[in-house]
Design a binder for this molecule. Structure first.
Ligand SMILES: [Zn+2]
Length: 317
């Protein structure tokens, strides 16, 4: 084998190894051509990444509007996208339950993969009795809690794309302020709704952090995940609760089938007060106008929160 062929063999071997271990990938975007390739799982994360990184990254979201993350499995094309990514973000706390094993394997391989909920301390997490000792993953429904994921994103983008560090830092701080302002908007908007009317009955247990932040009593018929069917006992218990508490409106969710809530509404006499965004944003570009004339895009995180609050107020007041 001459020197040229020996060199070629070494390069081929390096390339093959790099296909399996992206730790070989340059950490600095300027060392390679084009923007940082970032892959996220959920639409809420896609919105966070867009806000922080804007056009400094090329963003791919595995899930789309109305996709249920509890049931989502990575397709062959998803695996390819994950393999090509420079940085990967997922929500964590077993939200993406059917990709847990995949993400664990990728971490063990040294892949650049980050759960944005990793730095939320245990004392800020809820572990309801029916969650089988796992923390509730639905932290994005309380903006102040969701803001805690921003530092993980900023730090990881900085690690893999240091030249844009100042941009990521500034936009990350601005996004925190935006989430805090959103939290203040929710509290202020809800002041007209008496505490005794703050009862949220919905398909699955996505709204526990929301309930804690804004004084709602929350009943999710089928537990934390959508993986199981609501049992007859859950349905009967919910109907009894609705009748005892004179709950006039209950709610369906965009990412969960409506049948169980429709049945409970029919059997309890409550009416369906509207459709809430729980585990996925809506379609980007679909604009809604709130009662105060303010418009918001249902495909954004802000749109998700404002739509939910305006829907709840309209139905529960
Ligand atoms: Zn959920």
């Amino acid at each position: 084998m001459n020197c040229f062929h020996a060199l070629l063999s070494r390069i081929t071997l390096s390339l093959l190894l790099c296909l399996g271990f992206s730790a070989c990938k340059p950490k600095n975007a300027s060392e390679k051509h084009g923007p940082l390739q970032v892959v996220v799982t959920t639409t809420m994360l896609a919105d966070m990444l867009k806000s922080i990184a804007r056009d400094h990254i090329q963003l791919t979201s595995l899930m789309g509007p109305e996709t249920d993350p509890h049931l989502y499995k990575a397709s062959a094309s998803d695996l390819e996208k994950l393999q090509k990514a420079d940085v990967i973000f997922y929500s964590g706390l077993h939200l993406e339950g059917r990709m847990d094993d995949l993400f664990s394997r990728m971490k063990a391989q040294g892949r650049p993969i980050f759960a944005v909920t990793d730095n939320i301390s245990e004392d800020q997490l809820l572990t309801p009795a029916n969650f089988h000792h796992h923390p509730d993953p639905h932290v994005w429904l309380a903006p102040e809690l969701w803001a805690l994921g921003i530092d993980t994103v900023v730090d990881a983008l900085t690690e893999y794309d240091a030249p844009h560090h100042a941009h990521y830092q500034a936009e990350g701080e601005a996004l925190k302020e935006h989430y805090y302002a959103l939290d203040a908007w929710v509290k202020n908007t809800l002041t007209v709704l008496p505490i005794k009317q703050r009862i949220l009955v919905t398909s699955h247990d996505a709204f526990n952090y929301f309930g804690r932040a804004y004084d709602f009593q929350v009943i999710g018929v089928q537990g934390v995940s959508t993986a199981g069917e609501a049992g007859l006992a859950d349905i009967t218990h919910t109907i009894d609760f609705i009748k005892q508490n004179n709950v006039k409106s209950i709610f369906v969710e965009t990412s969960v089938p409506h049948a169980t809530i429709e049945r409970i509404a029919a059997d309890s006499g409550a009416h369906i007060g509207g459709e809430l965004f729980s585990d996925a944003l809506g379609t980007l570009g679909k604009i809604e106008t709130g009662p105060d004339g303010e418009t918001y895009d249902l495909g954004t995180y802000e749109g998700m929160i404002k739509h939910n609050i305006n829907t709840l107020l309209k139905a529960l007041l």
